[in-house]
Design a protein around this ligand. Structure first.
Ligand SMILES: [Zn+2]
Length: 82
């Protein structure tokens, strides 16, 4: 595999845990989505690629939590705290 950023062939694959947040103040009311994917990391420049599974991708597309996705949904967290 050749790096799309620096054209290096020096890369490795790692297990990753990534928390994805929506941007801006409106993002504070949207779920935080955890993705557990393989990360392909360029060892020269740090450029990293990974694929978001379909279920977690639907949370990012809609801003709404779905069953089975690992998310922190503040609407749910607030209702559980009450
Ligand atoms: Zn690179």
């Amino acid at each position: 595999m050749t790096c799309k950023r620096c054209r290096s062939d020096s890369h490795s694959v790692f297990n990753g845990e990534t928390a994805i947040h929506f941007l801006g103040l409106k993002g504070l009311d949207k779920p935080i989505v955890w993705v557990f994917s393989k990360l392909a990391v360029c060892l020269e420049c740090g450029f990293t690629e990974f694929t978001i599974p379909e279920r977690e991708l639907s949370v990012l597309a809609t801003g709404e939590a779905v069953a089975g996705a690992v998310v922190l949904d503040k609407k749910v967290a607030r209702s559980l705290a009450a």
